[in-house]
Design a protein around this ligand. Structure first.
Ligand code: NI
Length: 174
């Protein structure tokens, strides 16, 4: 399983809407395995196929519980993901993106969402998420729609300009 190269701005693929996944075949399974490996190696907590220059609507997210470091991480592989039932409550939070190295951004996100998608076997799933996990899903679904955090940010920072008290964990980039 080879690692794939993560593309960065201003690569054209990052600005394009991805095509839906239409066949769940062995080639797709290989792509998913490569994406998981690439996300872990980055390291990051989410990766969308356009970030490895594959214009398909496919995301992987690996989430570790912030409250419980002993809990096993949960891996989500979602094909054709859509954000539904967004909460009216909006939270502002700081995000980093593997495709925008050196920067972080304040982005307003829905506090909770339900992601409708297919799992890696092509079966329909609904994933309810709130807080940090909901933010990760919204960031990754934006990627498959050609939207970057810097397109919708309320504020963009250079990592090197951040004060020590607003330190950003780059291993939580998306
Ligand atoms: Ni990103």
């Amino acid at each position: 399983m080879p690692l794939r190269e993560i593309i960065t701005i201003p690569h054209e693929t990052l600005k394009r809407k991805a095509r839906p996944v239409t066949s769940v075949d062995s080639k797709l399974q290989e792509l998913i395995d490569d994406m998981v490996e690439t996300m872990r190696a980055a390291p990051g907590v989410g990766l969308a196929a356009p970030q490895i220059d594959v214009p398909l609507s496919l995301i992987v997210v690996e989430f570790g519980d912030e409250e419980d470091e002993e809990a096993p991480k949960k891996l989500f592989t979602l094909l054709n993901p859509e954000i539904t039932r967004p909460s009216t409550e909006i939270l502002t939070g700081m995000e980093g993106c593997l495709s925008i190295p050196g920067f972080v951004a304040d982005v307003d996100r829905h506090d909770s969402v339900v992601v409708k998608a297919l799992n890696r076997r092509g079966q329909p799933v609904k994933v309810k998420a709130s807080g940090w996990l909901a933010r990760i899903f919204q960031h990754e679904v934006d990627h498959v729609n050609g939207i970057l955090m810097t397109d919708i940010a309320t504020k963009i920072y250079r990592l090197e300009d951040l004060e020590d008290d607003e330190e950003h964990n780059t291993d939580e980039d998306l």
